[in-house]
Design a protein around this ligand. Structure first.
Ligand SMILES: Nc1ncnc2c1ncn2[C@@H]1O[C@H](COP(=O)(O)OP(=O)(O)OC[C@H]2O[C@@H]([n+]3cccc(C(=O)O)c3)[C@H](O)[C@@H]2O)[C@@H](O)[C@H]1O
Ligand SMILES: Nc1ncnc2c1ncn2[C@@H]1O[C@H](COP(=O)(O)OP(=O)(O)OP(=O)(O)O)[C@@H](O)[C@H]1O
Ligand SMILES: [Mg+2]
Length: 263
């Protein structure tokens, strides 16, 4: 079997098994018209069939193509979807700082997804890739929240290859990655580097356990320092909250049962 065929089969099984072992059958995710959620939606549809539903949650600042591209994907893969605007929620709590506003928007979307998960008896499927998780490029309790995440071990540059293999439409593959939280935002503009520059450093640092000295021999100094700083600075986004230890078996310290243990 070729690489992407194998990964596709593994991730379809992952989604199906992780949802059904909880006793549920359904999954949902936010569909933005971007490539990460497109890949997740295609995999989830293949895993869950009619039991998967996508939610398009535009704000007044979402780019025009976001809904059109998301709809094109749903039509191509026969994915059930619903559109709910978050504009009234954002108007009810005005924020003048764009990063805070963006994070608030991401949390409003996740509030809706968790409510929909309760209404439908579904789990929220995450869409953060490994580049975003390692850099902390996502909103805590916003887009970073989920019950399961099939693409969290794939770097952004791999997501592009995978999307092509899966047949995600070119309109989605060819647009620059963007959180789409304010007009003109793009991941690579905000981060200051392209994923094609960041991912090899991350892979060497995280997967190949290269030291800083080893990285400096291969890559630009500013890039290496940027990546290492982001990884360490954002570790909190990859961990549950720290609980003050008062007893012998404290959640997160000693009480570490796997989530799928059933009585
Ligand atoms: N050391 C620490 N330990 C525990 N918690 C810590 C902490 N430092 C800050 N915090 C908390 O975390 C908060 C900051 O984190 P957070 O609210 O996530 O916000 P922050 O990390 O400041 O910003 C999120 C970044 O991700 C980008 N983003 C967001 C959403 C989606 C996407 C996308 O690509 O789609 C990208 C966004 O444009 C922005 O650059 C602080 O306000 C504080 O409450
Ligand atoms: N307008 C939206 N409607 C529904 N969900 C959204 C919307 N905007 C963002 N999201 C959710 O937030 C996630 C994080 O956004 P992010 O931009 O990282 O991913 P993406 O849009 O799928 O891909 P890309 O990074 O290439 O733009 C999305 O994958 C999606 O689940
Ligand atoms: Mg996006």
């Amino acid at each position: 079997m070729k690489k992407w065929e194998l990964i596709e089969a593994f991730l379809i099984r992952f989604i199906k098994e992780e949802i059904t072992k909880t006793g549920l059958k359904k999954g949902i995710c936010g569909l933005s018209g971007g490539i990460d959620s497109a890949v997740v939606a295609v995999l989830a549809k293949k895993a869950l069939g009619e039991n998967f539903k996508a939610f398009m949650l535009p704000s007044q600042y979402s780019s025009k193509s976001s809904i059109e591209d998301a709809k094109e994907l749903c039509e191509k893969f026969d994915i059930d979807y619903e559109i709910i605007s978050i504009a009234p929620l954002l108007e009810a709590y005005p924020i003048d700082d764009k990063v805070r506003f963006g994070n608030f928007s991401a949390r409003m979307r996740m509030a809706i997804l968790y409510d929909k998960s309760a209404e439908l008896g579904a789990l929220v499927i995450g869409t953060s890739n490994k580049s975003e998780l390692m850099l902390g490029y996502g909103t805590l309790f916003g887009d970073l929240a989920s019950a399961l995440n099939p693409i969290g071990d794939l770097y952004k540059t791999e997501i592009f290859e995978f999307a092509e293999y899966l047949g995600v439409p070119d309109s989605i593959i060819n647009k620059p990655p963007s959180a789409d939280l304010w007009q003109g935002q793009s991941d690579e503009k905000e981060l200051g580097y392209a994923y094609s520059q960041i991912d090899p450093v991350l892979e060497d640092f995280v997967d190949n356990r290269a030291t800083k000295e080893e990285l400096l021999k291969k890559y630009d100094k500013d890039l290496v320092e940027f990546v290492i700083k982001k990884v360490y600075q954002n570790q909190f986004k990859r961990k549950p909250p720290i609980i003050a230890k008062l007893k012998s078996r404290t959640v997160g310290h000693d009480f570490l049962y796997e989530r799928d243990i059933r009585l």
